[in-house]
Design a protein around this ligand. Structure first.
Ligand code: 13P
Length: 398
């Protein structure tokens, strides 16, 4: 049952106001030029998702001390690029072998609280015939699912993109819940060199908010991910400025869509200089800017901030996270890395059965390092050269 204290109330929106795109909730007194109708108390609605309590519990479980998310939801096309980098063909059997290796790493659940899967993996078994979802649950890891349908060009913008997937999302989400998923990811992107245009930011924020509301209605905790791409020569100040704008809009629309903040997780980019900037930032600078952004924009009702790695090296992503956890934060500040958890593991495996154990050890080492970073206790000793390699790929698509 939904807990009354967690339910949100919101004014019903007048459709004509909405179509005109008027700001609806916070009108300055005496703003006569703006069309605004006072909202009577009887027009208040309560949005009650029957999953409210479960959503809050799931989000808290994922945001538990010393743990973070393993993003292993590469689409088949992206997974193909990963496999090609170690000379393997992009077949279902190879994807299954790789994902089996990841989820069966012994003791992974000590450091990993959630795993984001691509649809194929959610319905897949390990090479030994065990349901991957069941194996995750046995490891104490919450299964998640990528529900967005990827990026396409945004007409009317400056070569920017928007994220598809809202059509049919409710029924897909319900089916994923039945299959064992308890959280969902939707990744949209904002490009700094291409703008970002006001249109692209608004589209990204609105899409994320609709997805979040639909996910919650179907029992899935949404991970809200407006990735601000690393591409560009800009400095850290510019990233900070864009990130403030993006998160302001995201939370405006999340609130308009009556999303339960206690039942979401965020997946932001860290605030860094562009990948092609001549000026690099130290972990302390990245932490200062990123925490300043979060404190300005993210309500403390949100349980967890799970960063993406975005092309940072494995080591950089861990050091930056560690720097952010040197003092207590209002939210759990942790990781939801794909490349920065998997890179050395994938290279160590190389597609050879005899390397599975060494590859799992490499994954566990990264997971443990990031677990320590979540607790602010990472020292950086004993890192391999592979872990120091930058993973940025210009124009990277997921
Ligand atoms: P990276 O950590 O490789 O940027 O991937 C994050 C992501 O979006 C997957 O969910």
């Amino acid at each position: 049952m939904a807990s009354a204290s967690l339910l949100k109330s919101s004014p019903v929106l007048d459709k004509s106001d909405f179509v005109k795109g008027q700001p609806l909730l916070r009108q300055p007194a005496g703003a006569a030029a703006v069309h605004f109708q006072p909202i009577s108390p009887s027009a208040l609605t309560i949005r009650a998702t029957s999953y409210a309590e479960e959503l809050v519990k799931t989000a808290k479980t994922i945001a538990s001390p010393g743990r973070g998310i393993l993003a292993m939801d590469e689409s088949n096309a992206t997974c193909g690029k990963r496999l090609a980098s170690i000379g393997l063909e992009n077949t279902e059997a190879n994807r299954q072998a790789y994902r089996t290796l990841l989820v069966s790493a012994p003791g992974l659940g000590q450091y990993i609280s959630g795993a984001i899967l691509f649809e194929e993996t959610l319905y897949q078994s390990t090479v030994d015939g065990k349901k991957i979802v069941d194996l995750l649950v046995e490891q104490g890891i919450v299964p998640g699912i990528k529900t967005d349908k990827g990026l396409v060009p945004l007409a009317g913008s400056n070569n920017e993109s928007w994220c598809q997937g809202l059509d049919g999302l409710a029924s897909r989400s319900a089916a994923y819940y039945q299959q064992g998923a308890r959280f969902a990811k939707w990744r949209t992107v904002v490009s700094i060199p291409n703008g970002p245009s006001a249109l692209a930011v608004k589209e990204a924020a609105w899409g994320l908010a609709r997805y979040a509301a639909i996910s919650q209605d179907n029992g899935l905790v949404p991970i809200v991910e407006p990735e601000i791409l690393l591409d560009g020569e800009h400095g850290i100040e510019r990233t900070f400025e864009v990130a403030q704008k993006v998160w302001a809009e995201v939370f405006f629309y999340l609130a308009q869509n009556n999303v339960l903040f206690e039942g979401i997780l965020l997946k932001p980019s860290m605030v860094t200089p562009g990948a092609e900037s001549k000026v690099k930032a130290t972990p302390e600078e990245v932490a200062d800017y990123t925490l300043k952004l979060l404190k300005r924009r993210i309500p403390s009702a949100v349980p967890g901030i799970m960063f993406l790695s975005g092309g940072q090296s494995e080591l950089e992503a861990t050091l930056n996270l560690n720097a952010m956890n040197q003092a207590p934060n209002p939210w759990h500040v942790s990781f939801s890395y794909a490349r920065a958890l998997q890179n050395t593991c994938l290279k160590t495996w190389g597609g050879l059965p005899e390397n599975v154990k060494a590859a799992q050890d490499a994954l566990l080492l990264r997971a443990k390092s990031n677990s320590l970073a979540q607790l602010g206790k990472y020292t950086g000793e004993g890192e391999s050269e592979e872990a120091k390699k930058e993973l940025f790929v210009k124009g990277y698509s997921y």
